[in-house]
Design a protein around this ligand. Sequence first.
Ligand SMILES: [Cu+2]
Length: 405
Amino acid sequence: MNEEMNSGLENSSRRNVLRGSMLASAAAIVSAVPNAAISNPATASAPAAAPAHEDTEKVKPASNAKPANLSGYTRVKQTLVTPPFAPKHDQVAKGGPKIVEVLMETKEVLLTVDESTGAQIWALTYNGSVPGPLIVAHEGDMIELTLRNPSSSIMEHNIDFHASTGALGGGGLTHVYPGEEVVLRWKANKAGVFTYHCAPGGEMIPYHVCHGMNGAVLILPRKGLTDGKGKPLRYDSIAYFGEQDFYLPKDKNGKYKSYAKAGEDYADSMEAMRTLTPTHSVFNGSVGALTGKNALKAKVGQTVLMIHNQANRDSRPHLIGGHADYAWETGKFGDAPFTNMETWFIRGGSAGAALYTFRQPGVYAYVNHNLIEAALLGATAHFVVEGQWDNNLMEQVVAPRPFKG
Ligand SMILES: [Cu+2]
């Protein structure tokens, strides 16, 4: 398997590819931090070889660290679901703080990004989807993640939770080779919606993130969302959008290249990413993933919480025909939301949330209002809303007709 790895990586062993440790920029991004990828020279050839555990030792907290105080917590398991859906949860916390146990498996899957062109990518994913699943908890809870990397994987993976505190967001404690699993527990001490992503080190960080390895965590205030002035805000459903910029290599004739396995596109991807010009910017993994028969559904009078994750690049969501009644642009529920927004802003490397109650039936397009990205690169989703039309809000007074002039 080693020898077959990647024709674009002639000068590196498979271990290098897995860890990214030969990459000069690794030190620049994660220097002075306990990152196993930096300190471990590329020597082994088996993906699940011993050094991983030694590396993990290096990033453990100092031995005089006190054990976590878990008294008062009760354990619950959260079954993660495929986006755009959210796992079952309470909007207002019931009882005391929880340790929310979740399981994620890193999966390297061939994903068709655009059926019309045949564009594909060996996506790097959590649980097989782009974005990875939404995790939901309340402020004060703990998330306890079991991260598994199956032995069939090519690559090493880890996870950096922007909502967490310490060790590169957990990235320094969660490097798992194929065939390994790790368990990380962190406290959700800030309410909001936050991104998470793989960050193996150096150039592997954008490579994994731009191959789909990112998602969001929703940490609700214990009393649920409010307008910032004490008015409770509730939703009927969550629509979880992961906007993904892909940089797919093309051949001399402008056709998208195909690869036999994950990682084989490495050198070509690096070249494509350096342009900073994505070939695609899509919601939930592919062009049309949330349009047509895959459109989101709602009814007039229903309220949807739209969560937008973009782990790499700025975006500016807009709901055509509607608004954000409330928008937590930065995703932080401790801050009062903006109100009645036409377009809101998601900073690259973050997630945000917007709440809207549908008032009219019809098809609403949820887009990145860089309309080139929406229409040409794929960043469009649809809500199909059923209900009674309200002429007080809008009416076609005269249908299109010829006129003289
Ligand atoms: Cu990864």
